[in-house]
Design a protein around this ligand. Structure first.
Ligand code: HEM
Length: 389
């Protein structure tokens, strides 16, 4: 009975928040500083969001595998107790999965053997440093022992990511289940459509909008960079010869530029810098060489530890990412570009201006939207026995 009430409350909360994408958090943006959205109630967006409800369900496995969600969360708790960085790994993995052809676990597929060199999304340049595959396989194995061929890899990734976010101190959000796994991967799409670290704000906005994610969703989702690490290979092009100017990126705070140069030594630059443009499937090293090069680099920086320890006593999901951007201390060019647009800049200021609760609420809502993008359901796709095959 109590369970029924809990479900009802969660359900209504999500519906209300989806009906009102601007939601309570508008309060935080006072009328003197309003975010400029065209309409407080975008009917087509809401219709699009509701369409998943006919197919995904809350607790989809309640009969077919009643302990599925418990198994995922207890596995995650154990994994996280041993490796705290798993939260960042899974959050990024999940984003890269959902952004390309939806949350269908296509990112988890291993390359097929034979002539088809670029058969998996894993081999696409933006995915070469993704982590978390082993942990998802581990959880899948647990579930296969209890309920063979019932729980999809796409659902496991969605649930494990939500648990990972909570374990990292982030907000809880409901995850609807019933996703099925794709039967193929999308290498070309991953190469072309994943946002790049050196993208300008227009391109980033365009890529998110193409998936029904508005500015507010985008700015709050990028707050995922509150946790985890950014490898120096994604930063170096800003430090010495930005866009072929022989000068550093002028948007970097000068004092911070010195810190970045110190953390990402030039030696590392010569050895390991790999950019999207330099490494394309047609031109340079083989994917194996690229993976090798990228993984060899251990240098990196994080928003939490390196940038603003004084701004935040606890790690995780609060305002330090946004405060860093406000002071020109973005790590990626794409991060700092949020300040280059009036609307996204205003959102950054809004998120930085309270104790983090506005950001956390918007992040939770945006994660619900991300997690239902183009899901496969019903008889579409398959339930894989192993996530990599
Ligand atoms: C403009 C959009 C984005 C760009 C260009 C971008 C790019 C990157 C890059 C280059 C890294 C460093 C990876 C490495 O060093 O191996 C990174 C890390 C990360 N990204 Fe993003 N990202 C974007 C949006 C997002 C979103 C929307 C999420 C999640 C909702 C996300 C989650 C993460 C996390 C958690 C990490 C840390 C990973 C770790 O420490 O293992 N990113 N991102």
């Amino acid at each position: 009975m109590l369970n029924g009430w809990v479900l009802a409350v969660v359900f209504i909360t999500v519906l209300v928040s989806l009906c009102n994408p601007r939601g309570v958090s508008d309060i935080a943006f006072s009328s003197s500083n309003p975010p400029s959205f065209s309409s407080p109630f975008d009917f087509s967006e809401t219709l699009h969001l509701f369409s998943f409800l006919s197919t995904l369900q809350y607790d989809f496995y309640r009969q077919s595998c009643p302990h599925a969600e418990k198994i995922v969360s207890s596995s995650m708790a154990l994994i996280h107790s041993r490796r705290q960085d798993v939260s960042a790994s899974l959050l990024r993995l999940f984003f890269h999965d959902c952004f390309i052809q939806g949350c269908d676990a296509s990112i988890l597929l291993d390359p097929t053997t034979g002539d088809d060199t670029y058969s998996s999304e894993k081999q696409a340049i933006p995915n070469l440093t993704l982590k978390g595959f082993v942990e998802i396989d581990q959880i899948k194995e647990e579930l296969e022992r209890v309920c063979p061929r019932v729980v999809s890899c796409a659902d496991i990734l969605s649930l494990a990511t939500r648990d990972a976010v909570v374990l990292a101190g982030g907000p809880f959000y409901p995850v609807f289940t019933g996703r099925r796994d794709s039967t193929r991967a999308y290498f070309e799409e991953a190469m072309a459509e994943l946002p790049r670290p050196d993208d300008n704000i227009n391109r980033t906005l365009y890529l998110f909008a193409a998936r029904g994610l508005d500015e507010r969703d985008m700015v709050s989702l990028l707050g995922a960079h509150n946790i985890g690490k950014i490898g120096c290979q994604f930063i170096l092009n800003r430090l010495y010869n930005f866009s072929g100017t022989s000068l550093p990126d002028p948007s970097i705070d000068p004092e911070f530029l010195n810190l970045m140069r110190f953390k990402c030594q030039e030696k590392e630059h010569n050895n390991t810098h790999v950019s999207h443009d330099q490494v394309s499937p047609a031109s340079s090293p083989t994917p194996e060489a690229s993976v090798e090069t990228l993984r060899r680099s251990t240098l990196g920086m994080s928003y939490f530890q390196e940038l603003s320890p004084s701004l935040s006593l606890e790690g995780g999901f609060d305002t330090h990412y946004y405060k860093s951007l406000l002071s020109g201390r973005g790590l990626l060019y794409a991060d700092q570009q949020l300040m280059a647009d009036e609307n996204t800049g205003r959102l950054v200021k809004g998120y930085a201006s309270d104790d983090g609760s506005t950001f956390r609420m918007d992040f939770a809502r945006a994660m619900v939207k991300l997690s239902v993008l183009d899901v496969l359901t019903g008889s579409e796709g398959e339930i894989r026995e192993r996530c990599g095959f």
